[in-house]
Write a protein that binds this ligand. Structure first.
Ligand SMILES: C[S@@+](CC[C@H](N)C(=O)[O-])C[C@H]1O[C@@H](n2cnc3c(N)ncnc32)[C@H](O)[C@@H]1O
Length: 370
């Protein structure tokens, strides 16, 4: 049951003694808060532009009037006009006042509407918006046992994860991440049995299978709707050599596997130590484990002000940590916390030679050997 928060918001209305307050700092912080709120509000417009195909319709179209954009997208003209204004004042869209037109610069389309671009990160807007969609559940989690059931998170958020991470997998997985792991590419080329644990909608699973067709790849995920989506994608891609199973990471199998990978999933699990122990159990001697985790730093204070650390701590508190606390194990590792902690988990699970293979400022690629 939801309890009112009114009293908690106004515990004491006394304004601190003016002599003890630095007004410049008050102003600076109020400005910083406003900037954050502007970003948060604009994210709603970004999601609308993405979902309704407004960015896509503007891509490569040159200058358009609001009426032209409304007609080509079949959307409500007044709302399209307002959306264009919101996008203009946030500098997403260029406005040509004399002609009364609006234009999406090609460089912005690379980020917002061209899925093949290495800068295509608009999927993250759905992840951020997902936090708002589950705010009530988060309040309850804070007051209760800390957990949020996976079914509470909206499909749009899982879709955002899929699209956001696909960009990194497409442009980094085969070219920089895997080559940095000793012996991994040789094994994949020779035909390895690979488990992709916490595979979500199967983006990384399918990419591994496509790059290294001699491999047998199985994706495992606890979230059944994601597994169903992954299977549908495999069928669409004509990949009958890839299997997807609904399973908790702590019971994957039967194996044996030559390679076990976790892509942005280890921290989401209820029991990462048990998941790593299971991976080790199912790996052959000399088998390789790879965990790709969101970039993070060992010391909290080193991340102050960094936009990606700020987003990650927020998403971690709203989604990843309660998602983990809602599962058996209730470990709550969180997306942040740095490589040292993750390397320690690998070693504690019995792996040898745990090391950070890649730190590209966006992701960490950790690896170890059985
Ligand atoms: C952030 S998503 C990443 C999905 C996918 N690896 C990707 O990169 O697109 C984390 C995934 O871990 C899965 N997951 C969470 N806990 C799990 C568990 N205990 N066992 C297996 N999968 C789990 C979630 O269902 C989700 O699909």
């Amino acid at each position: 049951m939801t309890t009112t928060t009114t009293d908690l918001r106004t515990p004491d209305s006394t304004i601190p003694d003016a002599a003890r307050v630095d007004e410049t700092r008050v102003e600076a912080f109020a400005g910083a808060l406003l900037t954050d709120l502007a970003g948060a509000a604009t994210t709603v417009m970004t999601v609308i532009g993405d979902r309704l195909g407004l960015f896509a319709a503007m891509t490569g179209a040159g200058p358009l009037t609001a009426a032209e954009l409304a007609a080509s997208t079949r959307l409500h003209p007044r709302l399209v006009t307002k959306w264009l204004a919101a996008m203009t004042v946030s500098s997403y869209v260029t406005h040509h006042p004399d002609a009364g037109t609006y234009e999406l610069p090609a460089e912005h389309a690379m980020v917002l509407s061209l899925p093949g671009s290495p800068a295509y990160v608009v999927g993250a807007a759905e992840i951020v918006a997902g936090q708002y969609a589950t705010l009530a559940a988060l309040e309850e989690a804070f007051r209760g046992d800390g957990g949020i059931d996976y079914d509470v998170f909206p499909p749009s958020m899982f879709g955002g994860v899929e699209r956001f991470f696909r960009t990194a997998y497409t442009h980094q997985l085969a070219t920089t991440w895997f080559p940095a792991v000793d012996g991994l590419v040789d094994r994949l080329e020779a035909g390895a049995r690979v488990a992709d644990v916490g595979c979500g909608r199967g983006e990384s699973t399918l990419q591994i299978a496509a790059h290294w067709p001699a491999c047998t790849v199985t994706g495992f995920d606890i979230h059944h709707p994601s597994v169903v989506a992954a299977r549908a994608k495999a069928i669409e891609a004509g990949r009958t050599d890839v299997a997807f199973r609904t399973a908790d990471a702590t019971v994957i199998g039967p194996g044996p596997f030559d390679v076990v990978v976790f892509f942005d999933a280890l921290h989401d699990m209820g029991d990462p130590p048990a998941a790593l122990r299971r991976a080790r159990e199912r790996l052959v001697d000399g088998g390789i484990v790879v965990a790709v985790e969101p970039w993070s730093l060992d010391r909290l204070e080193d991340g102050i002000g960094n936009p990606s650390v700020r987003i990650d701590y927020s998403c971690s508190t709203s989604v990843c940590t309660p998602g983990s606390l809602g599962q058996p194990g209730r470990y709550g590792l969180g997306t942040q916390g740095g490589p040292a902690r993750r390397l320690a988990l690998l070693t504690e699970a019995g792996f040898r030679d745990a090391r950070l293979a890649v730190d590209d400022g966006v992701n960490l690629v950790l690896t170890a050997v059985r």
